[in-house]
Design a protein around this ligand. Structure first.
Ligand SMILES: *Cc1c(COP(=O)(O)O)cnc(C)c1O
Length: 465
């Protein structure tokens, strides 16, 4: 038998060395694109190479181009790190290399999906009868949910979208606000609904959907098959739409309600933050991520659909060459992909490893860290708080001595990245440049927050002199 032990030992050694030194290395990349091309490029290899050398060289040549986004002091975007237990399960997922298209090709994975799907619904406060799928991310979760919505809304109007497509079908309309995530637009494009079907609904000063405006917008499109998309946690301020009121209005007009809760849906695990989701369980579909706040490796997204039959009808496809085992959910009835990795294993391990309480602790801890970062950075010379975190997202900016605050904010962000202790990104929010503060790593400690604030203070001191 061919042994892989030496190769896998070597790889485990490289992986552990990476994780164990993440604290000591700069978070920003050190190699430019040209250097990476030079290191990694070259002619198409014609002959085989030694596997251990391939791995050693891969590690060596990528090192300067790896962003330290698993660092506990990485606060850019909403990215999250990786729990050791989820990483380990992810390695096994690749090792077992099950084709999780079907319960015949991946029976253990199908059962793990069944178990983990039920656990996720409990954790996230969703109806027990909702269907679910493990997809690559929230973008595909939206696409899956909206395909189910498209099926249901058109079937109710005697239109079979799976057979007849959208040409000639009643025009679908999407109602959402300015602060919706861009991934919604791509789902709408992919499904053939088209972005011109989107009706932007006014929001209040905080950015929450204005319920009276929603009512009017739905009334104006009377009778059209309508999907209302609400947010649980927007990516700048973490805001939550008023679910109870907005869903009641949407339902009065016969609309399907979808909730983008890429990270915010996890507030359901926290006693302190759960109230933000009051009423969210009455929606028709929900999308969220595992690779953000649950800290499992990419690619991990989850979708849930209250009308399981609509979800299944949009995706099911039978074949003569692979007949699923009866009495067990067949993965491809619910997923947009055919062949796919056994995506549920890492999530299963994360939930097993943390328990409901451990997950709630991550949510509460990250939220407390975000509050500290925003208020302490906001109190530094020139610092200004634009949005105090509702959960784990907030915004600050920096007022420059020359009055060019946008430019100054961008320069401060770049200098913080160069200092290497922490990493933040910039965003244009309501016409101003701002620095986004996002905390979603399981490993971030109070000491990381302190070290980050010290670094930002140092950067600001240096810029003023
Ligand atoms: C990240 C994010 C998405 C997109 O999720 P992917 O997992 O990257 O596909 C959608 N909505 C919100 C609010 C997000 O933060």
């Amino acid at each position: 038998m061919r042994s892989s032990k030496n190769l896998l030992d070597l790889t485990a050694h490289h992986a552990a060395a990476y994780l164990d030194t993440i604290d000591a290395r700069p978070i920003a990349t050190t190699a430019g694109i040209d250097e990476l091309r030079r290191l990694l490029g070259g002619p198409l290899p014609e002959t085989p190479a030694n596997a251990m050398e391939v791995i050693d060289n891969l590690v060596r040549d990528t090192a300067g181009g790896l962003l330290g986004s698993t660092s506990p002091r990485f606060f850019g975007w909403v990215i999250g790190g990786t729990l050791p237990v989820a990483l380990a399960a992810d390695w096994l997922t690749s090792t077992w290399d099950q084709n999780a298209a079907s319960n015949v090709t991946a029976p253990a994975e199908a059962v793990v999906e069944e178990v983990t799907g039920a656990w996720l619904k409990q954790l996230l406060g969703l109806p027990t009868e909702a269907s679910f799928a493990f997809v690559t991310g929230c973008q595909m979760a939206h696409t899956t949910a909206l395909a189910a919505a498209r099926h249901k809304l058109l079937r109710d109007r005697q239109w079979n979208v799976e057979a007849d497509g959208l040409a000639g079908a009643p025009l679908l309309r999407i109602f959402t606000t300015e602060s919706r995530h861009e991934s919604i637009l791509r789902s709408v494009r992919l499904l053939g609904i088209g972005t011109r079907a989107i009706r932007l609904v006014a929001a209040d000063t905080d950015g929450r959907i204005d319920c009276a405006a929603l009512d009017q917008a739905l009334a104006a499109e009377k009778g059209a098959p309508a999907i209302v998309i609400l947010q649980a946690g927007d990516l700048n301020t973490g805001l939550f739409d008023p679910f109870e009121a907005a869903i009641a209005i949407a339902h009065a007009h016969g609309a399907w309600v979808h909730i983008d809760g890429a990270f915010g849906l996890w507030a359901a695990t926290s006693e302190k933050h759960r109230h933000l989701l009051a009423g969210a369980e009455k929606a028709q579909s929900w999308a969220t991520d595992g690779h953000k706040w649950l800290n499992v490796p990419f690619e991990s997204g989850f979708v849930f659909v209250a009308d399981a039959a609509a979800h299944r009808a949009a995706f099911t496809q039978s074949t003569s060459y692979s007949v699923p085992s009866a009495g067990l959910r067949d993965q491809k009835d619910w997923n947009p992909e055919w062949s796919r990795r056994g995506r549920a294993f890492a999530t299963y391990a994360a939930i097993r490893g943390l328990g409901r309480r451990g997950i709630a602790e991550i949510v509460d801890r990250c939220s407390a860290h975000a509050a500290r970062l925003v208020s302490e950075i906001g109190a530094l010379p020139g610092g200004e708080v634009l949005a105090r975190p509702i959960i784990n997202q907030g915004l600050v900016r920096f007022r420059g001595p020359d009055g060019q605050h946008d430019d100054y904010t961008d320069r401060v962000i770049a200098a913080i990245q160069t200092d290497g202790v922490a990493w933040f990104g910039g965003v244009t929010w309501r016409g101003q440049r701002a620095m986004r503060v996002s905390v979603c790593n399981w490993a971030t400690t109070d000491a990381d927050i302190t070290a980050t604030v010290v670094s930002v203070r140092k950067v600001l001191d240096a810029m003023h002199t």
